[in-house]
Ligand binder design. Sequence first.
Ligand SMILES: [Zn+2]
Length: 213
Amino acid sequence: MSTWVIGRPSGPAWQGAPEVSVDQLVPDGKRLLVVAPHPADEILGCGALLYLARRAGRDVCVLLATDASTRFIDTCAALGELGLGPQSLAVLELPDGSLDRWQAEFSRAVVLTMRPNDVVVMPWREDGHADHEVVAQAVLDALQVLPVPYLEVPIVGLRSARSNSETLPWSRAVRLPVEAVARARKEAAARCFTSAAGCAADWLEYDDEVFFH
Ligand SMILES: [Zn+2]
């Protein structure tokens, strides 16, 4: 049972989302592929899922679209907090803030990274940040080539749900409860990003990770 405090998305929209386990999201034999626009998005959006999937013995891959050099080190450290080595990370050094010019190239890179047994996690297609929406569309394009199960994760969108939760497609939502150990690992991972620390606290207080299917 989740507890709720003022400031979180609350009410039937969130609480009514079905609870799912890591085994349901990433079944045995599947690999988890998380496609993230910027370093730290993968932690804030689904750090607990990354940790729990690895703990359950799943192969995990994180594909980053952009890399502002120092944050590569941060990302490796953060994934280490989740039990993932650098071999779990693939980085395309596309320019931050102008991914729209690289959508086709990025989509091809996603196809080349994907495996038939993947479950893909991408930003919500209406996340409210241009790079996030470009990445989502690039993944949707890649899924036309190699159709595999996928989930969308609200990152910026979850934050804006504080003031207007009606904008999120709750009818498509499921929630993964974040147990204490996973929360601690996610928080430790988020602390690896010095430049993102200020905003990270906003995301880390949630009791669940939310995905749209
Ligand atoms: Zn981002």
